[in-house]
Design a protein around this ligand. Sequence first.
Ligand code: MN
Length: 321
Amino acid sequence: MTIYDIFNGDADGICSLHQLRLADPAKSVLVTGVKRDISLLAQVLAEVGDQITVLDIAMSKNREALMLALERGAQVQYFDHHTSGDIPVHPQLTTFINTCPNICTSLLVNNYLNGQFSIWAVVAAFGDNMLESAIHTSKTLQLTSTQLDALKELGECINYNAYGESLQDLYFHPAELYQVMHNHRDPFTFIHEEPTFETLKNGYIEDIALAQKLKPEVESTTGAIYFLPDAPWSRRISGVFGNLLATAFPLKAHAILTKRTNGGFVVSVRAPLATKSGADKVCEQFETGGGRKGAAGINCLPEDQFGRFNQIFNSTFNHDA
Ligand SMILES: [Mn+2]
């Protein structure tokens, strides 16, 4: 019998697993990748009795592999907040899926664990740019504002680490980052004792300084589109940059298009924070797109589709305004 922990490589995925394995320690096979690498369940060939936990990756993109794992006799526990499609009913499948825009996977896990490790759900909510949820969840923890700021920075840095076209772009493999974090029940000992956080923080500061020099390619009263060049720093910063813009201009939608090495763009779309809707609708109209209402993406937008993207982006968010 094998235990598989399959999780998104971002702060939400990592903090979800961290909470679960603090509550229920187990030797497991870790399956993860860059943030956009979400077809993770297909990497596992399950056997009868295997236990699979899936965290923070859309069921719609893993459905076939999920059905196969169930058919092969695995038990699957699935926590997620992305657009799921129809959720299959199966005796070996337990799901905790909520696509409400103020809920991230770590908050679902936090509920499941009755708040045992909620400080890590706070870190994750900050990482997923859900500031209100993070602050709300932190209320019972009696943190100082300095501590809260430190958790926000931690969530942002872990989230930042997950962005890249391939693992080579990242500072740490998400499985490695998880393993280092998992030695710490207390996020503040992780921050103060591990050099990991310092590395991420410095990388983040360098990359964001480069992004902030850019001007939008297309700008209107309801949205702005930025192009980032084909470079590791821009692939790392694209998602975080989108979150920063969304926070700075809450009435506007934002799209960050990062040039891919082999042509086309990786796209991050952030709906206006004020409405938190429409990002998934825009991205789902493209073959490699998906996500959630507030934040979504397209893995590969061919260059000749930019005009169509621009049009859909503008009409979606103009319509919402
Ligand atoms: Mn998430």
